[in-house]
Design a protein around this ligand. Sequence first.
Ligand code: PGA
Length: 251
Amino acid sequence: MSRRIFIAGNWKMNLTLSSSLELAGGLKEQLNGTNDVEIAVCPPSIYVQQVAALLKDTNIGVGAQNVYHKDKGAFTGEISVGMLIDAGVKYVILGHSERRHILHEKNEDVNLKILAALSSSLIPIVCVGELLEEREAEATYKVVGEQIEGSFANVSAEDMKKCVIAYEPVWAIGTGKVATPDQAEEVHVFIRNLIEKKYGKDIADSVRIQYGGSVNDENAKEILAKPNVDGALVGGASLKVTQFVKIVKSA
Ligand code: PGA
């Protein structure tokens, strides 16, 4: 079993076109050739095409932060899988807690998006995670279990292998309150066991599970050292070249 560490930056709704290109250019300069770690950045959709052009032929992939599940048609404001691929996108973050909680996406919506991405070459990075009150009510496993079950409904074993999961406890996102390495490891093991029950050991062993929530250049190393933590989905700290480079290097 060897899972390649995968560090992805989620830029969320930040930056301008010029600061996006500056950030991507800085990462290209410092990370090109770092081939033992898989690396991606996920700019706002309006910038993905230009960022992807700048990072073309480098080892830094580009992801989107969302997609719509239909191919085309009267869906004002939405973007399809084909459009993302056309723009040079390789990954798509799905079911991020901000989309689940602010934009009311349900597991069923996330599921349709995963199936649409998998019907193409896009690699889904599927986020799951509990709210603080759910953790305090000892409902973490129940919530995360339901998110995994619902989000991955009807995903075949072959397709499951291509998926990346990001465990992002909502109380740790953007709060500076990072989960302890043991807290992260515990939930990652729980998720891996669920995948094993559904898809068998080989697939469970091959699926990468990133941790996300206040990861920075100081805490990354300790979290990434856990055997079931296979990378990180980084928000705030992915907006600074030096910070993101340090996180990648610590992997
Ligand atoms: P954060 O965000 O690193 O700023 O906590 C992580 C995420 O939302 O993916």
